[in-house]
Write a protein that binds this ligand. Structure first.
Ligand code: HRO
Length: 315
């Protein structure tokens, strides 16, 4: 472990100089946004979830911020997977891993995209999104354990890069166990916990109206309120998944202490969503510096010193 770089980490066998990077979704769709991530202190560049073709996404307004976080129903606006594959050649100039998020509109699309990406050496890893909550008529794959298994069986026949999954939040212990049982049957490299909490509702009481247009105002919730759920998911999957699976924590991280909590639960890296939308890419420098200050005070020289070491009261 390089103690001159206390925040360095390894995810999917790839070295990251900082364990803090962007969540797939905010500010990672266009070339300009990907370049900004490349130039920032983010430890990796992760793309917006890619579909087979360009998608304009759902009708606007489709994102809304509150004091405590956000609601979105973006509907997968993205440039199409070929754009993100082509960006890989540019991404190498930023000297940090470039990860593509894949979220096809069907199993066949996912398989096609993962197969097409397979030969591209400039793509460090793939994050397969099993948890988009915002596609009318399309349930989240991650809540259907058999469908998840069937998809992963086919995906690993064609995957060329290390591949991890982006999971929805789970709330019931048997559900954690059922998903872990599926994932432990495959050579997944990482699990990213959690996507937004699906299908919440935020209300403008002045107008007595919903705040986003798609799906009668229903959308994925991010920000402060989801941190306890995110921590529980990071913790559970850290304990349930095979030891060689990295956990990436996402949900409610807006400062160094939030990142510290995720790592304590077992995250080997953390992603920033709502706070990146709010603050822009400067958030990576600030959160990294806050986390390093916390580590210095506690006498930790690397994140491995406290990763997963959360104590139980009966221990
Ligand atoms: O684009 C979206 O609506 C979206 C996706 Cl794909 C996702 O995975 N999570 C989310 O909150 N929004």
């Amino acid at each position: 472990m390089d103690t001159s770089k206390p925040l360095s980490t390894t995810i999917a066998g790839q070295k990251l100089e900082s364990c803090i990077f962007n969540a797939s979704g905010p500010k990672c769709t266009t070339q300009e946004e990907l370049d900004a991530l490349g130039q920032s202190a983010a430890g990796a560049i992760l793309s917006k979830s890619a579909t087979l073709e360009y998608r304009a996404g759902n009708e606007k307004p489709r994102y809304y911020e509150t004091e405590w976080g956000s609601i979105n129903s973006m509907g997968l606006p993205n440039e199409g997977y070929e754009f993100y594959a082509n960006y890989a050649a540019k991404a190498v100039t930023h000297n940090k891993p470039y990860i593509i998020s894949v979220s096809g509109m069907s199993s066949e699309d996912n398989i096609h995209i993962v197969k097409e990406l397979a030969g591209n050496e400039n793509i460090a890893a793939i994050e397969l999104n099993l948890s988009c909550p915002n596609l009318p008529g399309k349930p989240q794959t991650g809540y259907d354990f058999e469908q998840s298994r069937a998809l992963l069986e086919k995906i690993f026949e064609v995957a060329g890069q290390p591949l991890g999954v982006k999971l929805p939040p789970y709330f019931d212990i048997p559900h954690f166990e059922m998903m872990a049982e599926v994932l432990n049957d495959f050579p997944i490299s990482f699990a990213t916990c959690i996507n937004s909490i699906g299908n919440g509702l935020v209300i403008d009481t002045e107008e007595e109206c919903v705040v986003i247009r798609p799906k009668h105002g229903f959308g994925g919730i991010g920000g402060d309120f989801i941190k306890p759920t995110a921590l529980a998911n990071v913790r559970k999957f850290y304990t349930l998944l095979k030891d060689d699976v990295d956990i990436i924590g996402v949900g409610g991280i807006k400062n160094g202490m939030d990142a510290f909590e995720h790592i304590l639960c077992g995250a080997g890296a953390v992603q920033i969503g709502t706070q990146l939308m709010r603050e822009g890419t400067d958030c990576f420098t600030r959160i990294a510096s806050e986390l390093q200050n916390i580590m210095r005070k506690k006498g930790y020289t690397s994140i491995d010193d406290f990763k997963g070491t959360l104590k139980n009261m009966d221990a």
